[in-house]
Design a protein around this ligand. Structure first.
Ligand code: HEC
Ligand code: HEC
Ligand code: HEC
Ligand code: HEC
Length: 427
């Protein structure tokens, strides 16, 4: 039997252990609490000014200037043309600027430079293009609401002095995470998500989701809209577009097949959301912004790039298999996605040719031809949903493979419909 004294001691010890545990958890998982917050004035978009107060984060942010390939052979931050490895990009994007310039993306510090240098922009380009390239979008939106989106891009580019940087993700006064991209804020509202109630974990994904997603420009106003009203899977977004939302029907018409085509734009957030890690609540920052240590200080890495360059910091907090195993897994998932993607992309290119041939032939069956055009439009969307996504299938391998399988099947159906339209019999 324990004496009263012993019982009291045990109770006291338990309280002390609980308290110490609490302290360890606070220090261990809340790095922000160890940072002294300096109130930076609203509208300060220069990362160097923020960097005076937060040197560790700023030093790691500047590492994004270094460009290097990824050990997987995909991704990486070297600016190469994607068409070098995928000639089907020329065929499938014929008649629109992506067939001329479709470079691999690189670090955030280059976002404005790469927009300025892109062959995809012209005198006619609208301000909407700047939405995800700079924190100045906050100022532009405060001044003229969505009116900024229809201004000439050049006018806004002349005023935007800094690329994606601290103010894109942080409240300057409190350093809490925040989102400023107007299209994301609108889309969350339509989904019934109250951003003022978002948890810290959710914000560690939302700060990225404000830019890394599929969008379209509303005809006439160039307002940026995210197509999530029916869900985030490729089928659901295709169904959303089928209803011609806000009068939007297509990004362009393919000059060969004459099909009206949708250009998918990096649906990274959508793909992640329905994948293993998204479902498990692992955030973008968990993998792309791992914790680091320098002279005993723990901080969040702001060198946002391929996590494969740093598997130990990025994955090992959750996975104990070791970096060789993880690299092999990532590479296998990507190699398989790449093979099927290349294959599906080439079938889509053949479908455009077959539909063109049918369209050019005398006595074409117009009903079958319309069916063929709808099939090639959908096939291209399914292929591009994966091809335009940034992780070569890693963020959601099952869905990416299934989507590419569908793209392949739809492209074959388009070829069959085109042959029927032209009266060509294939056994
Ligand atoms: C479980 C870890 C993990 C999570 C969570 C995750 N990613 Fe990734 N991401 C990866 C890996 C692995 C790659 C492949 C990198 C490569 O090929 O080198 C990648 C690639 C990328 C790339 C392309 C990088 C390059 O080098 O070209 C972008 C952009 C990206 N992710 C954005 C996001 C966004 C946005 C989110 C959240 C919506 C997210 N990721 C969530 C692991 C993750
Ligand atoms: C793309 C979004 C993004 C950008 C840009 C960004 N941060 Fe962060 N920052 C984060 C995230 C995510 C965290 C982790 C916050 C958390 O978990 O509560 C963070 C954390 C921090 C913290 C808290 C301490 C720490 O290390 O976790 C500081 C300080 C900070 N960032 C400073 C900066 C500075 C300075 C810049 C510009 C040079 C910057 N950030 C740019 C997303 C961003
Ligand atoms: C304000 C918009 C914006 C925000 C916020 C943003 N990104 Fe990006 N991100 C971009 C743009 C634009 C590029 C391409 C830049 C280029 O190629 O010039 C990019 C590129 C990347 C790359 C490629 C880097 C490389 O080395 O190839 C990764 C990875 C990435 N972002 C992940 C993230 C993650 C993770 C977050 C959130 C913590 C995030 N981004 C937040 C706009 C944004
Ligand atoms: C915050 C925790 C966390 C981080 C960080 C994390 N993972 Fe995971 N990972 C999980 C969970 C949870 C699962 C699903 C359940 C399981 O397998 O334990 C998972 C599953 C996986 C799988 C199984 C395949 C699949 O998609 O179903 C692979 C492969 C994987 N992770 C690789 C990685 C790599 C590579 C990184 C770093 C770039 C990483 N993970 C970072 C938590 C994490």
């Amino acid at each position: 039997m324990l004496s009263k004294m012993q019982k009291a001691l045990i109770a006291l010890l338990s309280v002390i252990i609980l308290f110490l545990g609490f302290v360890i958890v606070r220090i261990g998982f809340k790095p922000i609490s160890t940072v002294k917050v300096a109130a930076i004035p609203a509208g300060e978009y220069d990362p160097a000014v923020w960097g005076q107060h937060y040197p560790l984060q700023y030093e790691s942010y500047k590492k994004m200037y270094e460009m290097s390939p990824s050990p997987t052979g995909y991704g990486g931050s070297v600016k190469v043309q994607k068409s070098e490895a995928q000639s089907e990009l020329f065929a499938n994007f014929r008649g629109m600027p992506f067939s001329e310039d479709y470079a691999e993306e690189r670090g955030h510090v280059y976002s404005l430079e790469d927009l300025r240098d892109s062959k995809r922009i012209s005198k006619a380009s609208k301000g909407a293009c700047i939405s995800c390239k700079t924190p100045y979008v906050e100022q532009f939106y405060q001044e003229s609401g969505w009116g900024y989106a229809n201004k000439p891009l050049k006018e806004l580019l002349d005023r935007a002095k800094h690329p994606v940087s601290c103010a894109s993700c942080h409240d300057p006064e409190t350093m809490s995470l925040r989102v400023i991209a107007p299209a994301f804020i609108d889309a969350q509202e339509r989904r019934g998500i109250d951003m003022s109630k978002a948890t810290r974990e959710e914000m560690r994904t939302y700060v990225c989701a404000q830019c890394h997603d599929e969008y379209y420009f509303e005809p006439g106003t160039s307002r940026v809209v995210l197509p999530w009203d029916k869900g985030m899977r490729p089928e659901e977004m295709y169904a959303y577009y089928a209803e011609k939302p806000n009068g939007f029907t297509q990004d362009w018409q393919h000059p060969d097949s004459k099909a009206t085509i949708l250009k998918a734009q990096h649906p990274d957030y959508e793909t992640y959301m329905t994948g293993t890690h998204g479902k498990a609540g692992v955030t973008c920052a968990d993998c792309h912004m791992p914790f680091m240590r320098k002279s005993g200080q723990k901080y969040t890495s702001h060198n946002i790039t391929s996590p494969v360059k740093n598997l130990d910091s990025s994955c090992s907090p959750c996975h104990s298999q070791g970096s060789a195993w993880l690299l092999e897994r990532v590479k296998t998932m990507q190699d398989q996605t790449w093979q099927l993607q290349h294959n599906a992309g080439q079938t889509v290119a053949r479908a455009h040719e077959a539909v063109k041939k049918a369209g050019d032939s005398a006595n074409v069956d117009q009903v079958e031809l319309a069916k063929a055009r709808e099939l090639v439009r959908k096939a291209q969307w399914m292929w591009d949903f994966v091809a335009a996504e940034s992780s070569m299938g890693f963020h959601n391998t099952d869905q990416s493979m299934a989507t590419l399988g569908q793209a392949n099947e739809l492209a074959h159906q388009a070829i069959e419909a085109a042959n029927r339209a032209a009266g060509i019999k294939v056994l």
